[in-house]
Write a protein that binds this ligand. Structure first.
Ligand code: KG4
Ligand code: ZN
Length: 337
């Protein structure tokens, strides 16, 4: 079995996965949403300290009989918040020394790709739309080792834009699920926000849209005072419609050219039901097969890190204790330019 650890941002998670059939034998996660909510975003110092409490707590919940069967420790070491990554990596090193088993370094984004293949065989080639709090990417994965970045964001990420809009509206953190549910309460309204990057570039941008929301809120407050519930719902709705239109316009450009038959959507923001629906329609139109991660495993979790870890284990991709470092940046994908 592989024991996997994820602590790249604000979720502490540990899993145990069986190498032979990919089954998840143990999985637990402790999120920090409540602690960060009053700040409207993740506070790194708080995140780090909470991981230091939560990771050992999860380990105590695990059946210790598994320990003798564990062949390697897979841990997220990039990209993410340095002070969060370090907590998981330190635990991985301590376990590796105690259990005398090797370490596997896992790229968090590659882990998200494997959320599509939990408890099953991986399939390549596959196009990936990865939307999270830190990233908005179109990737082409040809194999475990060969992954290319096709499109990136020029500024903010999709999930981050939801978080910032929620913060501006005083809705708490994480913004994605809150903005999505507020948007459902919206009725007809006259608000419009400009769709970003309406050109042929294969790239994303959310900072202009975020700014348009900020200006609308400021002007509305100056004219009418505090926002009522109906206005908040309308802002959430039009923001979401615009952000998803931007994604679908760029995905349309991509799918027109791509010869890969399968598209997977991953990352915390891939839990968004409106987004799922729109991309599903697009895939129907282009005759592509679509894969989603199970809802429970869209946001950060150690099960996807363990699934990726099995592939690395089968390829002997081990890292020496003294060479295992952390990085806030992703280092492993190729770029087309
Ligand atoms: O993958 P993830 O758990 O953490 C990172 O690797 O960043 O993604 C978290 C991000 C947050 O920005 C959160 O607001 C966003 O995913 N998110 C959503 C939804 N659920 C989570 N964004 C839009 N709609 C959602 N339903
Ligand atoms: Zn993530």
């Amino acid at each position: 079995m592989i024991l996997s650890i994820e602590s790249s941002c604000d979720d502490s998670s540990i899993a145990i996965s069986r190498i032979s059939d990919y089954s998840i034998v143990f999985h637990q996660k402790i999120s920090q949403d409540i602690e960060h909510s009053k700040y409207g975003g993740v506070v790194p110092e708080i995140a780090s300290r909470l991981h230091a409490v939560a990771l050992p707590r999860i380990l105590t919940h695990m059946d210790k009989r598994f320990l003798s069967e564990i062949k390697a420790i897979a841990v997220t070491n990039e990209p993410g918040l340095s002070v969060s990554l370090i907590e998981g990596v330190m635990m991985a090193k301590a376990l590796s020394i105690t259990l005398k088993i090797p370490l596997i370094a896992i790229n968090h984004l590659k882990g998200h790709i494997y959320s599509l293949f939990l408890e099953k065989e991986a399939r390549f080639p596959i196009s990936i739309l990865l939307l999270s709090g830190g990233h908005s990417l179109i990737l082409e994965a040809y194999s475990h080792e060969n992954i290319t970045i096709i499109a990136n964001t020029l500024d903010d990420s999709f999930g981050e834009a939801y978080d910032k809009v929620a913060k501006m509206l005083g809705l708490g953190y994480p913004g994605g699920p809150i903005v999505e549910s507020m948007a459902l309460q919206s009725r007809q309204c006259s608000i419009t926000f400009p769709i970003p990057l309406r050109d042929k570039r294969l790239a994303f941008s959310f900072s202009g849209l975020k700014n348009a929301v900020r200006i609308y809120i400021e002007e509305h407050k100056a004219r009418y005072g505090n926002l009522d519930n109906e206005t908040i719902a309308n802002i959430c709705n039009i923001f979401q419609v615009t952000a998803i239109k931007h994604i679908t316009q760029k995905m349309r450009l991509y799918l027109k050219k791509s010869t890969i038959q399968t598209l997977g959507i991953v990352g915390g923001a891939s839990a968004n039901k409106t987004l799922r629906g729109e991309i599903e329609c697009l895939c129907d139109e282009f005759g592509k097969e679509i894969l989603f991660a199970p809802m429970e495993f869209c946001s950060d979790n150690a099960a996807m890190i363990g699934r990726c870890g099995i592939e690395s284990y089968n390829r002997n991709e081990f890292v020496k204790l003294e060479n295992l470092d952390i990085s806030p940046y992703s280092s492993i994908f190729k770029s087309i330019d």
